[in-house]
Design a binder for this molecule. Structure first.
Ligand code: FEO
Ligand code: CA
Ligand code: CA
Length: 675
């Protein structure tokens, strides 16, 4: 496909993409802060306004690493990732670099408990789905069992559902009416959300497989899993509902996007687009939600509640804000699950704040404290990090640890001089007082976005995953922001109408992830380097296969190397490339050099990635195959439905729709990946 001929505004082929695009109207009222006064001092204003960076700016971007790591800069001239890169493209199948295998491990509907029924896609029920692998696998985490590298628990988030390819005869669902939707289907959707914990083991053939009779296997869902709250908002009046007059318990978790594993092996699920699940029957003359009479109206407006992406509120009162106005305050948190104890009640840790948490990647700082990076995935929202009060010890390395409730949540301000300031979201600090509506730390935990607004955090180009490396370095994925205007660009978000995103590297002061200040630089500006108006910046050695758009998830392998997976959504036609996994060099002369390792079947985004501790296995999650932008697939050129999907990956069974699945990558003959 000729990429240059297909740079256009995509149409939206499925509900979730459409609602994300339309709903994702910035809710940040602080946008005037980004205008003018924060135009980057390091880049010329004219360059920024043109959306292009000149040669001198390139030097500024790529120069920082040489300052940070001069020894390695001189040494590294060959790629540290040993594999022959894949050729770019987009078709019905997945592809992996030569010499590697990518085997499907778990698919939507796979029975995951000993008593689970086989998947019957034409007769699916909520009861069956509760014991089967959920939909739209996003985060993947792994923890070895008993230090045995060939056995472990796999933890997988199920972010959302695509009804048009899940249910026969239904077609696309949207807030225009949800035609054909029923309570039975809603209940299947709710059961397909949440997470999965399963034991897996490597067989004599070197292939990983589900241990179906393991007592550890369980689903965490939106409809059945009771959870508790910890932290400052637990028990607060704003968390109380008719089902929970104490404000201390809640059923379920929703829109679990990326996540993390704690250093002690518990599983963190990030609740991202929770606003989309809430409903109201009160609408204005144009049919749009009217929340003006809601007691929580200001907060709801800042969070985009109610999004009405799903019909759940028509069948379950708690998702209808007319009936339960506090229910939205109980979502948007980081949820901790103990994968080693199926009876342990998951905990929503309110101290880590409430926003559209993309992920929750953890590290132990050089001073011993726990640090968790988490982005707020909305156009013009913020990057956060949590720092525990105490250092990590053997005693507090437990499920429900106070390390996740006692500490400080910070929000980032990226200054034009290349410093990043982490500003504490503490009641009483600066403007975070009762005069401004923050009566206690609970209000900051619930209205984290509004507190961050008052501190003057930097509105970013949709912070997706953020990955600390443990040495004080962190990588921030900024996926894209088509709504940033030329007069809203700043140093850390230097392109207007950024359609391909960029990646920021943070170096925390003293190599300490708990530091309250550090320096930042732009690692890459994504998109096609051959199209001048895109303004992309890659290492010039990057081939036409290696550059990408819309970084989303990321991982650091055991050699400290960075891997990026992409989610271009319906806009993939702008690059012509499927989503995939890329090896992105961060050090030396090849800093900013990218190589393609794996690519998705059409319409899917790539999630995970997660390396086992021995780096011999890489878990990837192919989410919503066959859905996004299928009109741009040459030869197909129409929207996907259950009956007529763009791909039937991974089964290629004429009676089976596409199924989101976790893929296991191993090197043929064994050994560490890309070594
Ligand atoms: Fe669920 Fe921000 O991706
Ligand atoms: Ca994501
Ligand atoms: Ca995404």
């Amino acid at each position: 496909m000729d990429r240059k001929s297909i740079i256009h505004e995509p149409e939206y082929g499925n509900k979730a993409e459409a609602f994300e695009a339309f709903d994702d109207i910035p809710t940040n009222p602080n946008l005037s802060n980004t205008i003018g006064d924060v135009i980057n001092a390091r880049y010329g204003r004219r360059d920024v306004l043109r959306g292009m960076l000149g040669v001198s700016a390139t030097t500024a971007l790529f120069g920082t690493s040489a300052l940070v790591a001069p020894g390695e800069a001189a040494a590294a001239t060959a790629s540290r990732y040993v594999f022959d890169e894949l050729t770019w493209g987009n078709d019905e199948r997945h592809h992996i670099a030569d010499g590697y295998s990518a085997d499907v491990l778990l698919r939507w509907g796979d029975p995951i408990t000993a008593d689970a029924p086989d998947f019957d896609v034409m007769n699916q029920t909520a009861a069956a789905q509760l014991k089967q692998f959920g939909y739209n696998n996003d985060y993947v985490g792994f923890w070895p069992l008993n230090d045995d590298p060939s056995r472990g628990v796999l933890c997988v988030n199920h972010e959302y559902t695509n009804e048009e390819v899940m249910f026969p005869g239904l077609g696309r669902q949207d807030r225009a009416g949800f035609e054909g939707m029923t309570k039975e289907l809603v209940d299947i959707e709710m059961a397909a959300h949440g997470g999965t914990v399963v034991e897996i083991a490597k067989g004599a053939d070197g292939k990983w497989a589900l241990v179906k009779d393991s007592a550890l296997n369980r689903r965490v869902t939106a409809s059945t899993t009771a959870m508790s709250f910890s932290g400052p908002a637990a028990g607060h009046d704003r968390l109380k509902t008719s089902a929970d007059p104490t404000g201390t318990t809640v059923i379920g978790t929703i829109n679990n996007c990326a996540g993390g594993m704690t250093p002690w092996g518990t599983y963190l699920m990030a609740e991202e687009n929770f606003h989309g699940y809430f409903w109201t029957d009160v609408v204005d003359a144009d049919g749009n939600p009217d929340i003006s009479e809601q007691p929580e109206a200001a907060s709801m407006k800042r969070y985009g509640v109610p999004g009405r992406w799903y019909a759940w509120g028509q069948y379950h009162d708690r998702f209808n804000i007319d009936k339960e106005p506090n229910e939205p305050n109980r979502f948007g948190y980081i949820v901790e699950v103990d994968p080693f104890n199926p009876d342990a009640t998951p905990i929503k840790h309110t101290a880590l704040g409430r926003f559209r948490h993309e992920g929750a990647e953890t590290t132990i700082a050089s001073d011993g404290r726990l640090v968790i990076y988490s982005g707020d995935d909305n156009r013009f929202d913020y990057q956060y990090k949590w720092v525990s009060a105490a250092a990590v010890t053997e005693e507090n390395s437990v499920f429900g640890s106070s390390l996740l409730s006692e500490g400080t949540l910070y929000v980032a301000r990226f200054d034009a001089d290349g410093t990043v300031d982490w500003m504490p979201l503490i009641h009483g600090y600066g403007p975070l007082t009762a005069e401004n509506g923050f009566n206690s730390q609970a209000d900051i935990a619930i209205d984290t976005r509004m507190a961050a607004d008052l501190l003057g955090a930097t509105p970013m180009d949709r912070p997706e995953d953020a990955q600390p490396r443990g040495d004080g370095t962190a990588y921030i994925m900024l996926t894209n922001n088509s709504r940033r205007q030329a007069d809203q660009v700043d140093a850390a978000n230097p392109r207007a109408e950024s359609r391909f995103g960029h990646i920021i590297e943070i170096k925390e002061d003293g190599g300490n992830h708990a530091a309250t200040q550090g320096t930042w630089s732009i690692l890459v500006l994504c998109g096609d380097p051959e199209i001048a108006e895109v303004g992309a910046q890659w290492n010039p050695e990057t081939s036409e296969n290696g550059w990408f758009g819309s970084p989303d998830n990321c991982a650091i392998d055991t050699d400290g190397r960075l891997w990026i997976s992409t989610d271009q959504g319906t806009g993939w036609g702008r690059t012509g490339k499927s989503d995939g996994l890329y090896a992105l060099e961060t050090e030396g002369d090849l800093r900013g050099h990218s190589k393609l390792f794996f690519r998705c079947p059409v319409g899917g985004e790539l999630c995970g990635p997660y390396f086992t501790p021995d780096s011999e296995t890489l878990f990837l999650a192919v989410q919503h195959p066959g859905t996004d932008g299928t009109k741009d697939l040459k030869g197909f050129e129409r929207d996907s439905t259950f009956e007529d999907p763009a791909t039937r990956w991974p089964d290629f069974d004429p009676n089976m729709p596409p199924r989101p699945s976790v893929v296991v990558v191993t090197k043929d003959g064994g050994g560490k990946i890309a070594v």
